[in-house]
Design a protein around this ligand. Structure first.
Ligand SMILES: [Zn+2]
Ligand SMILES: [Zn+2]
Ligand SMILES: [Zn+2]
Length: 154
């Protein structure tokens, strides 16, 4: 992996990094966007737009439509604040909004727990192979399904 200041944020530090990243993109960090980000970050598993809408509705004390949450999640994915876990059809907060990687997800088939790793040499090889095959701007999606350590112990 290339040498850079790779930092995984948690809690307030994650929220600040996300806000800084979004405003650097020229987008506003509105109350609604903050509420969606907080809800997203509060899940310890990938969450669907519907799950997040439920959590935001509860926190705000009013009904928030999944559609408006979906639009915000789309914006977050584009700005590197969130990642889509394709095989789970759900989203996770990106713990490193200030640096870009092709995040790799390991998803437990039993409990849904998702582990996130970054290995640019792995995704770089896939990117290179795709480019060699004539693909332009390939976007590697690397997701591994299996059993997490906890479920394997049972
Ligand atoms: Zn990094
Ligand atoms: Zn990552
Ligand atoms: Zn598990």
């Amino acid at each position: 992996m290339s040498h850079h200041n790779h930092k995984l944020h948690e809690g307030d530090s994650l929220k600040e990094a996300a806000r800084d990243r979004l405003t650097a993109e020229g987008e506003q960090w509105t109350g609604m966007r903050e509420a969606v980000f907080e809800a997203l970050a509060s899940f310890d598993k990938p969450a669907s737009a519907y799950d997040i809408a439920e959590a935001v509705s509860k926190a705000e004390g009013r009904r928030i439509a999944a559609n408006s949450v979906y639009r915000i999640l789309d914006l977050f994915v584009g700005a590197n604040l969130a990642r889509r876990v394709e095989s789970a059809n759900a989203y996770v907060a990106n713990k490193h909004p200030d640096c870009l990687h092709d995040c790799i997800f390991l998803i437990c088939d039993t409990c849904g727990q998702t582990v996130h790793i970054d290995d640019d040499s792995l995704s770089g090889s896939i990117r290179k192979a795709a480019t060699n095959a004539g693909f332009s701007a390939p976007r590697p999606v690397i997701e591994v399904r299996g059993k997490c350590g906890e479920c394997d112990d049972r």
